[in-house]
Design a protein around this ligand. Structure first.
Ligand code: SAH
Ligand code: SF4
Ligand code: F3S
Length: 463
C-alpha cells in the first residue's frame, strides 16, 4: 500500500481558489499537454485563474516527463529557477505533476522547493493539495487508478491557435516494453467511454476547431468500457464515429502499436477522406534480437508486413516512427539492421532517441546498459543522417503536387506567410493572402527542405 492520502475520495470540502493565478509548464508527450488542459479545467472550476506569465503566478505547476533522463534533468533545472522565484514571491506554491511526480513521489519534496506532488491520476485532488500547501502542509498524492479517465472534464484549451486539439481516448499502458517507464508512471490501460469522447469532439467543433488528434499510448487497443461484447466499440469504430461527426473535421490519432494495428483501422482510414493519411508506427529497432529483448511483441517481418498492408490499403499514407539507438547489448549488426529497415520502410519522418536507462524498468533490472555513450551517439547520428535523407526524398516527391492544407497560424519567420499541415502531417509554409488560421487552403508545393514544404496558393477548397 502506498501511504499517500487520496483527498478526492474523502469528499474533501470544496476549495475556493479566490482567483489565485496558476501558471502551468508542460514537458513530455501530447498526453501531458492534454493533461495540463484537464488540470486547468479542474483548477478553474475550483476558482483559480490561469496565467501565462510565471512572474505573476501565485502557483506554479510543472507537468513533467520521465521517459528519458534528460527530460527529468530539464525539470530539475526549472526547479532551481522556481526556488529563486519563491524567494522573490513569498507564499508562492510550487507543484510537480505528471510522470516524474509518480516516479519520485516524496523524494521531490526533499529539496524544499516543491510544496505538492500529484501523479497523473490524482489531478482531481489538486485544489485540496494547493489549499493544504497554502496553510503550510506539503502533500503527495500519487495513487494510480484503474478507472480514472477524467471523462467528464472538458479540458481548457491552452493552445493559441483554436484550430487543432488533443482528445485523450484512454490512459495508461498494458504493455511491458523493457526500456519504458510509462507503465509505471501512468498505470494500467483504461479506455474512456466513447460517448464522452464524441461529446468533447462536438464541443470542439462548436468552438471552431477543425482538427482533433485522438490520444493514447496504444490507441489500437481502445475498447469501450463496460460494453457487452456485441456492442464493443473498437478503435476502428471509434475513429469512424469521430470522422462522421463532421466531414470538415480532420481526425488524427497517436500512437499505434505495430502488434495491435489491424486492417480494420486501415480500411476505416481509407474510407473517410477526413481521417488523415498518416500513421505513426514506432518500430524502435530493425533487429529481431533487439525487438525480442525490448519485449515489443512483434518481429521485423511482422512490422514490414504491416507497412506493406498500409501501402496497399492507403497508397498515399505517410508513415513515421520512433527509434532507439544503443539499447542493451545492441551490436553494430543490430544497428545496421535498423538502418536497413529505415530504408525499406522509407519513413517520412522519425523521432530518434539515444537509449536512456530508466530505474526499475525490466531493462534496468535485467540487462546491463553496456553500449558506451560514444557508440550510442555515433549510432544515433547515423540514424538521424539517414532519416534526413529519407525525409528530404519524401518531401521532394511532393514538389509540384497540390495539397489541401489546414492553416494553423502565422509562419514563424514572417506574418506574410501562414503555416499548416497536409493530411500527411507535413508542415507547409505558404503566402497568407486573405487566409487565416482554420481555413483549408489548396497549396501547390514549389520547393522543400527535409523538414518543411514551401508552396504557393492554388485557390481555396472547402475541405
Ligand atoms: N506508447 C508509445 C511510446 C511512448 S514513449 C509507443 O509505444 O509507441 C515515446 C518514445 O520514447 C518511444 O516510442 C521510444 O522510442 C522512446 N523511449 C521510451 N523509453 C525510452 C528510453 N528508456 N530511452 C530512450 N527512448 C525511449
Ligand atoms: Fe512504453 Fe511500450 Fe507502453 Fe509505448 S507501448 S508506452 S513504449 S510500454
Ligand atoms: Fe513522458 Fe509520461 Fe508522456 S513519461 S512521454 S509524459 S507518458
Amino acid at each position: 500500500m502506498e501511504k499517500e492520502t487520496n483527498y478526492a475520495r474523502f469528499n474533501a470540502p470544496a476549495v475556493d481558489g479566490r482567483g489565485q493565478r496558476l501558471y502551468i509548464e508542460t514537458y513530455g508527450c501530447q498526453m501531458n499537454v492534454n493533461d495540463s488542459e484537464v488540470v486547468a479545467a479542474i483548477m478553474q472550476q475550483a476558482g483559480f485563474t490561469m496565467t501565462d506569465q510565471m512572474a505573476e503566478a501565485d502557483i506554479i505547476f510543472a507537468n513533467t516527463c520521465s521517459v528519458r533522463d534528460n527530460a527529468e534533468q530539464r525539470v530539475w533545472g526549472r526547479l532551481d529557477l522556481f526556488r529563486q522565484q519563491k524567494q522573490r514571491t513569498p507564499g508562492l506554491i510550487v507543484g510537480v505533476l505528471g510522470c516524474m511526480a509518480e516516479r519520485l513521489k516524496e523524494q521531490l519534496l526533499e529539496n524544499g522547493t516543491v510544496d505538492l506532488v500529484a501523479g497523473p491520476d490524482a489531478y482531481r485532488a489538486l485544489p485540496q493539495l494547493v489549499s493544504a500547501a497554502g496553510s503550510g502542509q506539503r502533500g503527495v498524492n500519487t495513487l494510480l487508478s484503474r478507472e480514472e479517465t477524467y471523462a467528464d472534464i472538458s479540458p481548457v484549451r491552452m493552445d493559441k491557435n483554436g484550430v487543432t486539439a488533443f482528445v485523450s481516448i484512454m490512459r495508461g499502458c498494458n504493455n511491458a516494453c523493457a526500456y519504458c517507464v510509462v507503465p509505471y508512471t501512468r498505470g494500467a490501460e483504461r479506455s474512456r467511454p466513447s460517448q464522452t469522447i464524441l461529446r468533447e469532439v462536438r464541443m470542439l467543433l462548436e468552438n471552431g476547431y477543425r482538427e482533433v488528434t485522438l490520444l493514447g499510448q496504444n490507441v489500437n487497443s481502445y475498447c469501450e468500457p463496460g460494453a457487452a461484447e456485441s456492442q464493443t466499440v473498437t478503435f476502428a469504430r471509434l475513429l469512424e464515429r469521430v470522422a462522421l461527426e463532421d466531414p470538415s473535421l480532420r481526425v488524427r490519432f497517436s500512437t499505434s502499436h505495430p502488434k495491435d494495428m489491424h486492417n480494420d483501422v486501415l480500411y476505416t482510414i481509407a474510407m473517410y477522406p477526413n481521417i488523415c493519411n498518416h500513421i505513426h508506427l514506432p518500430v524502435q529497432s530493425g533487429s529481431n534480437r533487439m525487438l525480442e529483448k525490448m519485449r515489443r511483441g512483434y518481429s521485423r517481418e511482422h512490422y514490414m508486413e504491416r507497412i506493406a498492408k498500409i501501402r496497399e490499403i492507403i497508397p498515399e499514407c505517410a508513415v513515421t516512427t520512433d527509434l532507439i539507438a544503443g539499447f542493451c547489448g545492441e551490436t553494430d549488426d543490430d544497428h545496421a539492421q535498423t538502418l536497413s529497415l529505415m530504408r525499406e520502410a522509407a519513413y517520412d519522418a522519425a523521432f530518434m532517441f539515444r537509449y536512456s536507462e530508466r530505474p526499475d524498468t525490466k531493462a534496468a533490472r535485467h540487462y546491463p546498459d553496456d553500449v558506451s555513450a560514444d557508440v550510442k551517439t555515433r549510432r544515433l547520428n547515423e540514424i538521424i543522417a539517414l532519416q534526413n535523407q529519407l525525409s528530404l526524398a519524401s518531401n521532394r516527391r511532393d514538389v509540384g503536387k497540390t495539397f489541401t492544407v489546414l492553416a494553423e497560424g502565422n509562419s514563424k519567420r514572417s506574418d506574410a506567410f501562414l503555416f499548416g499541415r497536409t493530411s500527411h502531417s507535413k508542415v507547409v509554409v505558404f503566402p497568407k493572402a486573405e487566409f487565416k488560421a482554420g481555413d483549408y487552403v489548396a497549396v501547390k508545393i514549389t520547393s522543400c527542405t527535409s523538414a518543411t514544404l514551401i508552396g504557393e496558393l492554388a485557390g481555396m477548397k472547402n475541405v
